[in-house]
Write a protein that binds this ligand. Structure first.
Ligand SMILES: N[C@@H](CCC(=O)N[C@@H](CS)C(=O)NCC(=O)O)C(=O)O
Length: 209
């Protein structure tokens, strides 16, 4: 398997899932600004939109879209699965992946992280995002995970919440989310994946300076 990723992007969720499930993979870094691969080729020749994550399966299939990739990885044969067996629980995970991808990732955080987004768009994203963040915050106040067990949806939420470090959204305003992120960080595989990508992110920044 090959995971195309950029440091601290939403592709971090798939790295976490692979580590938690102890699945082997090759990680191919996409420069988020230049869209080049380590061998200098243009990533857009592989993924025309230049988005990560992108996964090449062991069978050679190319998969895009975070929610789809996470579900694929989450149910690969492994001792620890990150997708539940029961149909309704699977739907619940699907529900959260959609919610995180649309309501939090693209509608709330993407404009805040985009240096080209106009200030009015950023203000709108903060206003609009508040009710969405409150919704998950309340859900997590008395739960360890989004659903009964740890799943790929938790890895995706964790990846998104890290972006509060670079945006005006403050996790202290959302104690359920803050405690969830801290709990996830206590898991060795979450901490390993996050720590590695922080280093890669800093190296990418230093290269650009
Ligand atoms: N709909 C895509 C969105 C993925 C996405 O937003 N990826 C970001 C990183 S978190 C990206 O590659 N941004 C680069 C760009 O927009 O050029 C998915 O869910 O996979």
């Amino acid at each position: 398997m090959e995971l195309y990723f950029s440091p601290l992007a939403c592709s971090l969720a798939t790295r976490i899932a692979l580590y938690e499930m102890d699945l082997p993979a090759r990680f191919v870094q996409v420069d988020s600004k230049t869209k080049t691969l380590p061998d200098g080729t243009d990533y857009r020749s592989l993924h025309p939109l230049g988005l990560v994550p992108f996964l090449r399966t062991d069978g050679g299939e190319l998969l895009s879209e975070n929610a789809a990739i996470l579900q694929y990885v989450g149910e690969l044969p492994a001792k620890t699965k990150l997708m539940p067996e029961r149909p309704l629980e699977r739907i619940r995970v699907h529900q959260w992946l959609c919610f995180i991808g649309t309501e939090l990732h693209r509608s709330t955080f993407s404009p805040l992280l985009d240096p080209d987004a106009p200030e009015a768009v950023k203000r709108y994203a903060i206003e609009h995002g508040r009710s969405r963040l409150e919704h998950v915050d309340h859900h997590l106040r008395d739960r360890k995970h989004l659903t009964d067990e740890l799943t790929v949806a938790d890895a995706y939420l964790f990846a998104i919440l890290n972006w509060t470090l670079a945006t005006p959204i403050k996790l202290d305003d959302y104690p359920g989310l803050r405690d969830f992120r801290n709990r996830m960080l206590e898991r060795p595989m979450f901490a390993k994946a996050f720590g590695e990508e922080v280093q890669l992110y800093q190296a990418e920044l230093a290269k650009r300076r």
